[in-house]
Design a protein around this ligand. Sequence first.
Ligand code: SF4
Length: 432
Amino acid sequence: MFPTIHRDVVCTFCGCLCDDLEVTVEGGRIRGVDNACELGAHKFTTEGRLKAPIRRRGGVWGEETYTAAIERAAEILLDADRPLLYGWSGTCGEAQSVGVQLAEILGGVIDATTSVCHGTSILAIQEVGHPGCTLGQVKNRADVILYWGCNPIEAHPRHMSRYTTYTDGFFLGNSHRDRTVIVVDIRRTDTAQVADEFIKIKPGGDYAVLSALRAMVRGKDDMIPPTVSGVSRQQLRRVAAICKSAQYGALFFGMGLTQTGGKYKNIRNAIELVDELNRHTKFTLTPMRGHFNVYGFNEVCTWMTGYPFAVDFSRGIAWYNPGETSAVDLLARRECDACLVVASDPAAHLPRSAVAHLADIPLVQLDPYPNATTAFAEIQIPVAVTGIDAEGTAYRMDGVPIRTRKILDLGYPDDRTVLQQMLERIREAKGR
Ligand code: SF4
């Protein structure tokens, strides 16, 4: 059999959602991936998926049929008084939408990995707005790029080659000559090594440095002390001048800003810095979203409930109060009594106090691969991977929806189908 080359395939690993991959499929397997970074290529070529649903009885794993596994998963969720439906950033919008319906009918809480990454960005955006733009605009127009608390060379490896440092744009004929890249971080990362200007700040010093830059952009240099969080006034003055004189500036930020001291106040301050810069030039701000469709969850959840994440249906209506209704807080308070995990690995990334409770409650997991959370699960149902053997819609870090394709069939059901079957069983049991 001849190999088939699929062109313009979307990589469903990180929030860049690169849509120019070439994937070679032969004999029902992926034989090669071109144009992807190492992370993306690894996603397409990783093997070791579960062959069938597994269930643990008395500490011993055994295989189940899909029908029996879905039946048991529905039972677990129906038996719970306060189920938590968590994860969602590694699946498509269509599956996320069924997840919201499940949470509503169960009177449970639905939350995504957003609450431990860019939830703070959303809180700030709700207060002061989002001066955003598309990545295409950045590529074609931005002559000043500011990376704050993020390290795209490691976390979003093609961000710089597709949109900033290493690619020319319509209005930038020579990216190396025409773009200035500034990195702000607490350590000299790989991205900082290739920047034109590196601002090394003391841990927790983001808010103060943002405030100092805001004051300087406003012309209040005289109020700034000789150093701010380890950064000299001279350097801050230089950076403020670069930003003010940009034709088009783009600030990207990551968890080095969203999850450090100040949290959402940092993001609010960053947005207000961008606002201040917009009195002089055009400046935009974009969160560097990690999982490929974490942005999509916020969109889907907002359309359906009015809230972007951490939505609690226990009162019969949707309400949200991050810090109270978010997954980490519910788990740490040992409040939820069952958990459905979809396309995520909370055992690997949530704090210990939250993970400890996962070990004490029935847990159902939908994931193609075994991971750290499998050790806590009663049932794991393997599903197709969005963008490989399932299609679906995902949102890039700049909010642009992108349709991902199915490029081979391995016989697994997709997340949406499995969740829909659970929903039907639950509706039947509740007579709705
Ligand atoms: S940068 Fe992200 S989306 Fe692009 S190929 Fe790498 S992992 Fe995939």
